[in-house]
Design a protein. Structure first.
Length: 225
């Protein structure tokens, strides 16, 4: 005999387990986002390269990844790569798949941000004898990030939500943990209700923190306008 769906006391007894799973979800999401940002920046630079040998693979990467399901990409990372001699743990495979997937979207986001920087900014840097690397790092990239910052934050939120798919390869993140608790208790409404609330809290806290970071990082640029 199980508790009525209006009784949440039994389900809440597992709150330390939920919090541990939510913490794991956040850590995996941040790790995946850091890798995705690296993939996205490298992909954007390759897409804008004058060399076709760089542009073509980057274009293929974006098209293939954005037009195939992320769950399938996780299965490839976890089940198919071992046949090629690359063995990854469930966590490693999940983080890799999420980062590769979101990296394809960030490639286009970063590319759009870089293209939006006026050409005159680069020309001015050239006149001042600033090298290409420093021009990109200190002139182009900060402006590009400011242009696309909301879209980048949205991709971070999408990674947090997409991390729920890691439960399919046995990663004990929030959704996977909720499935285990539900199988034991059969308190479906309570268990997944708690998980939903925790996802809401995580995504909103991350969005608020990112918004605050953005205000601090781009404050001097706003003042200069």
């Amino acid at each position: 005999m199980f508790a009525d769906w209006t009784d949440w006391s039994y389900a809440l007894q597992d709150w330390p387990t939920y919090l541990s799973a939510a913490w794991l979800t956040l850590k995996l999401s941040l790790a995946a986002f850091a890798l995705a940002a690296a993939f996205g920046l490298l992909g954007a630079l390759a897409r804008r390269s004058r060399y076709a040998v760089l542009r073509a693979p980057a274009a293929v990467y974006v098209e293939v990844i954005r037009n195939t399901p992320v769950l399938l990409q996780m299965f490839v990372a976890y089940f198919a790569l071992p046949s090629a001699g690359v063995r990854l743990s469930p966590v490693q495979a999940g983080v890799l798949a999420l980062s590769v997937n979101v990296g394809a979207y960030l490639t286009e986001i970063f590319r759009a941000g870089i293209q939006a920087v006026p050409v005159g900014q680069r020309e001015a840097a050239r006149v001042l004898a600033i090298g290409p690397f420093h021009t990109f790092a200190y002139v182009v990239l900060p402006q590009a990030l400011r242009n696309v910052y909301p879209a980048v934050v949205n991709q971070l939120v999408q990674i947090i939500l997409g991390s729920s798919l890691l439960s399919a390869i046995s990663v004990p993140e929030l959704t996977g943990t909720a499935m285990v608790i539900n199988a034991r208790s059969l308190l479906t409404v309570q268990v997944f209700g708690i998980a939903a609330v925790l996802y809401l809290v995580l995504t909103n806290l991350v969005a608020l923190a990112a918004a605050g970071l953005g205000r601090i990082a781009f404050k001097h640029k706003e003042a200069a306008r």
